[in-house]
Write a protein that binds this ligand. Structure first.
Ligand code: BEZ
Length: 211
């Protein structure tokens, strides 16, 4: 069965562009983003990897480690990163797993043969410090992902983890957030000292607590 939200992210040992890793040890207490791309030396993947590398300071600020994967060998990754730097103006600054035997791709269900033969599709797994899967995204090979959206989701997940709030439609950093219906009004008054608006008993909005 496919991995689901709340499942433990499966552990593995792998070769990467930054040496051998054990995934859980590499994650340590950090949040993690594990993402696959279909193939090295392909156009959409080249733009995705360059842009993700540009976002490294944003991932660092949020305590998130990023790691890429394809079923190409590390030796190909090491050649391809030169093209990424040349065309995208950014050095790849996170490890990329060489998964030639498809061990990790199969563990995470990243190969969808009816969509793309024996290559990985564009999968994303966001993993919490508890090693549980907090989000999965699957895109086809033809559509590059929006990594700004991945950062937005991380902001939402981290707010939920810290403050028992959720984020409404199209929320972005700085907008009001939703107080969990599980928190009674009396408790909400102390927990959210900036106050809150009650639109319905189940729909209460409060300014983002960490702003
Ligand atoms: C691409 O990155 O453009 C791509 C990779 C594999 C299949 C199709 C497109």
């Amino acid at each position: 069965m496919a991995l689901q939200l709340g499942d433990e992210a499966p552990n593995f040992d792998a070769e990467t562009t930054e040496g051998k890793i054990n995934f859980h040890s590499w994650l340590g207490d950090s949040w993690g983003v594990l993402f696959s791309h279909p193939k090295d030396f392909t156009p959409v993947c080249t733009t995705e990897l360059g842009y993700t590398a540009k976002l490294k300071p944003e991932f660092d600020k949020r305590g998130v480690k990023v790691i890429g994967l394809s079923v190409d060998p590390v030796s190909d990754h090491n050649e391809w990163v030169k093209d990424i730097e040349e065309t995208q103006g950014q050095k790849v600054n996170f490890p990329m797993i060489g998964d030639g035997d498809k061990k990790v791709a199969e563990l995470y269900g990243m190969i969808h043969p009816k969509s793309l033969d024996s290559l990985t599709v564009r999968s994303v797994f966001i993993i919490g410090p508890d090693k549980k899967i907090k989000l999965t995204i699957t895109y086809p090979a033809s559509t590059g992902r929006n990594f700004d959206e991945i950062l937005r989701v991380i902001d939402s997940l981290q707010l939920t983890a810290k403050y028992q709030v959720s984020t409404p439609v199209n929320w972005k950093d700085g907008d009001d957030v939703v107080i969990s219906p599980a928190i009674p009004d009396e408790e909400a008054k102390t927990k959210f000292p900036k106050g809150f608006k009650t639109l319905k008993p189940y729909l209460r909005l409060t300014p983002q607590p960490n702003k």
